[in-house]
Design a protein around this ligand. Structure first.
Ligand code: FAD
Length: 509
């Protein structure tokens, strides 16, 4: 079977390696170099290694609680049961996870995990270790790769996807395939502040939307609580708080416990909002205090962060450092079944571009690398299976881009630029949302869209994709009138699902 995999992060490379090893004729298409994307930047690690007292069902329970009742229990069950095999595979493919003196994997703990179950490599360089190993495997197996090749659109035949349209060296061409596996990652660049690399512009989701694929849960954007609030966005892993670092206000007080009994280790959305509110009240960033860990531990356990801190002039072993939330991860995306199949025959979606149902309204830390590996492998295994007659509907949010809204754009709105879009999304579709703000965003985006001309360059295609995705995200956020998980409407009540442990769901995993 001729298979095109778009994207070369953990999801795309896993899918490509498995497809190749099953005898398919695979080509990888990727926007920059092989291995670019978020994967190589991941710090904390991969969840899914279970020590004494821990188990897949405990991991599933934590995942479901973080998802605020909106995760799909079947998808979560698949994640935790396939996880061990995928982590073993990563080790077999050459990822040198950190080990304790007795040879066992050294495990970290992150927010909202009930146990230490995060495998990491190079201290805080897990993603780089994974990316290097998988890229090396793809090269060794001589899987054909088109680098600097930009997915413009999916190519259809009848109601099925039969290839991709790519822009490379200024030339647009169609590449035919029996199946396309979309692994294009997320869309952090919808926002003015993001941890994501510059290529995270939501191209795959936008292409899937244009191809008529079901897309859901775009309103669920995870903001990472702790990005260095100085210079360009640099993430300070959750694992730092997992090791004991605390968050302090301008009085030196640990304020995170005001919002949640788990304090700094509460779910990310809770911690992010607590930081945003406190920063707004005090008119300055809050501080992350890791001084109690000591210089030696910080340098050994978090060598990458330690190096960047010093490069940026911070001695975090001596002084607390300023931090702010930033857009980090998109829980929503292209709706798939448990094998990565979308609602359009021939089109698979894996990794961050997909909405498998694992994350619900909020992602549990370190579940996304695992998700990419698990569902990348499953999609490859399902390539030759018959396409199901209908994708299960699940709790899909219908996105109405042309919804009538009372608001209209004021005359003082700026003309479209990527920076203006990112600022609008940060202000109105960010951590704290209101109906009025979302309606304003939609009105402005609609005007920008009407004035937009057909894209030709890569940057123009990215802008068009961001514009489409911004409209879809704002519309989805406006349609969800209650707060749940990462979607926080300050003008409406908290839904039940956001505040309770979904015990009926837990019993099923
Ligand atoms: C700073 C940071 C730290 C993180 N830490 C962790 C962690 O510790 N643990 C964890 O589980 N998760 C972590 N995450 C999240 C995790 O890294 C990502 O969710 C995951 O790597 C996504 O993998 P992916 O394969 O789906 O996409 P990516 O790794 O983002 O790869 C996307 C690929 O698609 C390609 N692409 C995109 N658009 C196009 C196009 N138009 N045409 C062609 N190719 C295209 C890109 O070039 C890239 O190769 C972190 C994320 C960031 C940003």
């Amino acid at each position: 079977m001729k298979v095109i995999v778009v994207g070369s992060g953990i999801a795309g490379l896993t899918a490509a390696l498995h497809s190749h090893e099953s005898g398919h004729d695979v080509t990888i298409v990727t926007k920059g170099d092989l291995g670019d994307g978020c994967t190589a930047l991941a710090q904390g690690g991969v969840a899914g290694v279970y020590g004494p007292g821990d188990s897949p069902s405990a991991h599933a329970a934590d995942t479901l609680v973080a998802g605020a009742g909106l995760s799909d229990p079947d998808a979560v069950r698949v994640l935790v049961s396939d996880g061990a095999a995928r982590i073993a595979e990563l080790i077999a493919r050459g990822v040198g996870f950190d080990r304790a003196d007795d040879g066992s994997l050294r495990l970290g703990r992150e927010a909202a995990h009930s146990h230490a179950r995060i495998a990491h490599a190079g201290g805080d360089a897990t993603g780089a270790a994974i990316s290097t190993a998988l890229v090396e495997c793809a090269r060794r197996l001589r899987i054909p790769v088109l680098t600097e090749a930009f997915l413009v659109d999916l190519v259809g035949e009848g109601d099925a996807v039969r290839g991709v349209r790519v822009l490379r060296d200024g030339v647009v061409s169609d590449l035919p395939a029996d199946a396309v596996i979309l692994a294009t990652g997320g869309a952090g660049h919808l926002y003015a502040h993001t941890t994501n690399p510059s290529g995270a512009t939501g191209d795959g989701i936008a292409a899937a939307l244009r191809a008529g694929a079901a897309v859901a849960d775009l309103e669920f954007v995870q903001f990472h609580p702790t990005v260095l609030a100085s210079g360009s966005a640099f993430l300070i892993s959750e694992a730092v708080r997992g090791e004991g670092a605390t968050l302090l206000d301008d009085q030196g007080r640990r304020f995170a416990f005001d919002s949640h009994p788990d304090g700094e280790l509460a779910p990310r959305d809770v911690v992010s909002r607590a930081i945003a509110r406190r920063a707004a009240t005090q008119g300055a960033p809050v501080r992350l205090d890791a001084t109690m860990l000591g210089a030696a531990t910080l340098a050994r356990r978090f060598p990458t962060i330690d190096r960047v801190m010093r490069e940026r002039g911070f001695d975090w072993a001596k002084d607390p450092v300023p931090v702010t939330p930033a857009a980090h991860y998109l829980m929503g995306g292209v709706v798939t079944d448990l094998e990565g199949r979308t609602s359009v025959p021939g089109l698979f979606a894996v990794g961050e571009v997909a909405r498998t149902g694992v994350h619900g309204a909020n992602r549990l830390a370190s579940n996304s690398l695992l998700e990419g590996a698990v569902f990348g492998a499953r999609a490859a295994a399902a390539l030759t299976a018959p396409w199901p007659a209908a994708l299960r509907a699940r709790d899909r949010t219908d996105i109405d881009l042309d919804r009538d809204i009372a608001a209209s754009a004021s005359r003082t709105e700026p003309a479209f630029t990527r920076a203006a879009l990112q600022q609008l999304m940060w202000e109105e579709v960010g951590l704290l949302r209101t109906g009025d703000g979302l309606a304003r965003a939609l009105a402005v985006l609609k005007e920008w869209d009407a004035a937009h001309t057909a894209p030709t360059t890569v940057a123009e295609h990215e802008d068009a994709n961001l514009l489409l995705l911004a409209r879809a995200t704002s519309a989805a956020a406006l349609a969800r009138t209650v707060s749940v998980g990462a979607h926080h409407r300050v003008d409406t009540a908290m839904t039940d699902a956001a505040s309770r442990t979904p015990s009926s769901i837990l019993e099923t995993v």
